[in-house]
Ligand binder design. Structure first.
Ligand code: DGY
Length: 325
């Protein structure tokens, strides 16, 4: 049932079918820009809209929530991660927050695997050689990387995406190790062939590849710092498709430059798109522009989730993907 009296404000362009459906169902204000909205414009919208649909670039902090109008009742985030929203304050103010989990799990795990396969095998250097015309034929010693099969993969954060990475890793012959707030059920561990480490430090000292798949929370901020990077093998690689803030980016840059670790594949950065320029210079570092969930299918499904969350809420029920602070 359309609920065209519900005022829904979308902060930036979304895939067209998602915008069309939102417009059919609600009194929606869409954006005509693919750039993040300014904090002032967002704060202004929060004074009149019943529902806000932000994305990960929109910081919604306690100050902004404090200025929101009484009518604002739902923040239906277009994205799984919600570390840009002060969920605890939203809850205190009676504003529900929902997200879009599940539908980007496989796409993000695929991208993680792509980096796991690309960095030790030096794809960036090989592609660069082809692009610059510097390849003069096969050679026995050119661009030797490291074999993936048989190596130890440590997964930091064994939620949906971590487990999807583990399933893929198993098929490539990697030995899966993991560290997580909670240990998985024995059957799940067995199915994934995964070994649990209560101590992150101990796991880091043993793995050949570290894949970060945890959410960004106060507890995971800078979990990978200078001290922990020193625990890792100098032959180890770090892959991060989760959130940049989990890694101290300056410490990582120093470790990569000094050879304390062998390489990195990153899709996310500590300071958004302001990537440390020194990282860009390194041949053993493959950088991607936060594209882990960027498939047409995934982005449409994220939109469908947003719509279901708003619609359920409008019908007076609990949105299926309500985030609990
Ligand atoms: C999310 O939804 O949190 C992802 O990081 C977007 O790719």
């Amino acid at each position: 049932m359309p609920n065209q009296t519900l005022k829904v404000f979308v902060t930036r362009r979304l895939p067209e079918p998602v915008e069309t459906r939102l417009a059919e169902l609600f009194d929606v204000t869409l954006s005509d820009s693919d750039q993040p909205i300014s904090p002032d414009a967002l704060a202004q919208a929060m004074k009149t809209a019943d529902v806000i649909v932000p994305t990960l670039g929109d910081r919604i902090d306690s100050r902004m929530l404090g200025q929101a109008g009484e009518q604002l009742k739902l923040i239906a985030n277009y994205g799984a991660g919600f570390d840009h929203i002060d969920v605890a304050t939203a809850r205190q103010r009676g504003i529900a927050v929902s997200n879009t989990p599940g539908v980007l799990t496989d796409d993000t795990a695929d991208m993680t695997m792509a980096l796991i396969l690309s960095v030790p095998r030096r794809l960036k250097e090989g592609a660069g050689m082809m692009a610059s015309g510097d390849w003069h034929g096969w050679s026995p010693m050119a661009l030797m990387g490291h074999r993936i099969g048989g190596k130890r993969l440590g997964i930091l954060g064994m939620g949906r995406i971590g487990q999807a990475v583990a399933r893929r890793a198993l098929a490539f012959g990697l030995q899966v190790h993991y560290h997580n707030r909670r240990r998985l059920h024995t059957e799940t561990e067995q199915a994934l062939g995964a070994r649990y480490w209560d101590s992150l430090d101990q796991m880091l000292a043993r793995v050949d590849i570290l894949s970060i798949n945890a959410p960004h929370t106060p507890a995971t901020f800078h979990l990978i710092n200078a001290r922990r990077l020193k625990l890792m093998k100098p032959t180890a690689y770090i892959i991060n498709t989760a959130r940049g803030e989990i890694v101290d980016e300056n410490a990582l840059t120093r470790a990569l430059r000094s050879g304390d670790i062998a390489g990195a594949g990153l899709d996310v950065y500590e300071h958004g798109h302001a990537v440390n320029p020194r990282l860009k210079e390194l041949p053993n570092v493959l950088l991607l522009p936060h594209m882990g969930s960027a498939t047409e299918e995934g982005r449409l499904e994220m939109g469908e989730k947003v719509i279901i969350n708003i619609k359920t809420f409008a019908d007076g029920h609990r949105p299926p993907d309500l985030v609990v602070p």
